[in-house]
Design a protein around this ligand. Structure first.
Ligand code: COA
Length: 464
């Protein structure tokens, strides 16, 4: 097997066949064929089923060998016991890539069946995803090569999931959180295409800016860590099985060993990846990383209209290794002019409860220009006389229209404390790509990701 073979025809196939395509709308082979058919994607599509003439109006073939061209990608959805025979036929027909959707292999204690497939594909050039996988959704090219429901919003996060169900959940969560996705792929039992192949591919993929993984175990630790090390983009890793019971659950879910959590943590850190506590944190960090410049240093400027929220953000930042420095004299003067006399412009800056557009905008600009500050958090607390609409207006103007943060190479993150009156405004900000979070901790963790990305880039530049 040629491990170096690229995945271009895998993600952008000109021809696709579905082995086990069915007229029965309850079957996975039906859903897989339909998902490709309704994708806004140009390719030749071939259902394979020995008993049918046509499925979903498309001419059906009995075997892959009868298809009138060499096929770039085959999706396999037949019972596990006949998968080895199908793979043999695919190799003989010179198929370039295959996705084995079928379950019933090592995850079900049937290692021998999996070994049989490995042997069959070993001497071929074919790349194989799975078995036991949902397939993938390539949102940037509008191709759905999976059997699962859900259309991701287009964006620049590419996701790799060892769990199929969680992968599907991530699509919906990403949509809900307005996090755009380039590609999402379920790796299943990883008999060939592995996490490291995908990290390498996404590192060069022009539509991917951030990579996120959910893993339970890796098969080849060294390859995995090296792929993170050579990746030119931030890699976010959710690794489960941290606890003893979690490790036991991993073994019964994917049949793999969770391994020592401490070793994983330090290896991911050393390789330059960012370990996330859970999926929500991964999306939080992805939202920050995908639109904001990384931090040049670890010094954060905090702006709030509520003293308490400023203190909470300070604590959360410091707990994550970020610092809250004093403002420069110039900044102090600029802010002192615009805030009420009852407060003094310290960091965190208290703009006082009734802060409106002007105070938020002027203060954020002043911190962007302050050489003591590397990143800014802007908070709004929905107190009695607060003006949430003006807060969101100022954030949008700073982040979207003026792009000042990019000129100054400093990220701006937002956070709020409030209820329903805030919900629509927050949705507007999320839809506009603004990184906004409902807690001081989540905001600080996302700022930390931007700091780590800054360090990764610095190392990369030094090595050039
Ligand atoms: N070539 C092509 N098609 C063939 C075939 C062959 N050699 N042999 C049988 N088929 C056809 C069947 O006739 C059937 O079509 P039909 O509905 O027209 O009769 C179709 O392939 C599917 O076979 P069937 O026996 O009905 O299986 P199924 O659809 O009930 O189940 C799987 C097949 C793969 C879906 C099932 O075994 C499985 O693994 N399910 C779990 C998959 C999963 O969840 N994976 C991802 C985890 S994240």
């Amino acid at each position: 097997m040629n491990k170096k073979k690229k995945l271009d025809t895998f993600f952008k196939p000109k021809s696709i066949a579905v082995v086990g395509a069915s007229k029965d709308s309850r079957k996975i082979g039906h859903a897989a064929l339909k998902n490709i058919l309704i994708s806004d994607y140009q390719c030749n599509l071939y259902p394979i089923n020995p008993h049918e003439e046509k499925i979903l109006g498309i001419k059906c073939y009995q075997k892959i060998a009868q298809v009138p061209e060499k096929v770039d990608l085959v999706l396999v959805s037949v019972p596990a016991k006949i998968v080895p025979q199908i793979m043999k036929e695919c190799v003989e027909a010179d198929v370039k890539n295959a996705i084995i959707i079928s379950s019933g292999f090592s995850e079900a204690g049937k290692e021998q069946l999996e070994e049989k497939i490995k042997k069959i594909i070993k001497k071929s050039n074919m790349r194989v995803l799975g078995p036991n996988t949902m397939g993938y959704k390539n949102a940037s090219d509008s191709l759905d090569a999976s059997f699962v429901y859900g259309v991701p919003r287009k964006g620049n996060l590419s996701l790799i999931s060892q769990s199929g169900a969680l992968g599907v959940g991530m699509i919906h969560l990403a949509n809900n959180e307005y996090v755009g996705v380039s590609k999402i792929i379920g790796v299943g039992n990883k008999i060939d295409i592995d996490d490291d192949d995908l990290i390498d591919y996404f590192s060069k993929d022009s539509t991917t800016d951030v990579i996120g993984l959910y893993i339970e175990a890796v098969k080849n630790g060294r390859e995995f860590m090296n792929s993170i090390k050579r990746c030119h983009k931030p890699v976010l890793v959710v690794k489960s099985g941290r606890s003893k019971s979690g490790a036991r659950a991993t073994a019964s879910h994917t049949g793999s060993m969770a391994g020592s959590d401490k070793i994983y943590s330090s290896a991911i850190k050393q390789a330059g990846g960012i370990r996330c506590r859970d999926i929500v944190e991964m999306f939080d960090m992805a939202r920050a990383l995908s639109g904001q410049p990384s931090m040049q240093g670890n010094r954060v400027g905090i702006i709030s209209n509520g003293g308490g929220q400023g203190v909470l953000l300070t604590d959360a930042c410091e707990a994550n290794g970020l610092t809250i420095p004093k403002l420069s004299k110039k900044t102090y003067k600029k802010i002192d002019k615009i805030i009420p006399d009852l407060v003094k412009p310290n960091n965190p800056v208290d703009l006082v409860a009734d802060a409106g557009f002007y105070r938020y905008e002027t203060c954020t600009k002043a911190l962007l220009e302050d050489p003591n500050i590397d990143g800014i958090i802007v908070a709004s607390v929905h107190g009695g006389n607060a003006r949430p609409r003006e807060f969101t207006g100022a954030i949008l103007r700073m982040i979207r229209e003026r792009k000042l943060h990019q000129t100054h190479k400093k990220p701006i993150l937002a956070t709020w404390v409030g209820g329903r009156e805030f919900s629509d405004l927050v949705l507007d900000l999320k839809a506009a790509g603004v990184p906004i979070y409902p807690s001081s901790w989540r905001t600080a963790r996302s700022m930390l990701a931007l700091y780590k990305e800054g360090r990764r880039k610095e190392r990369e530049n030094k090595e050039k």
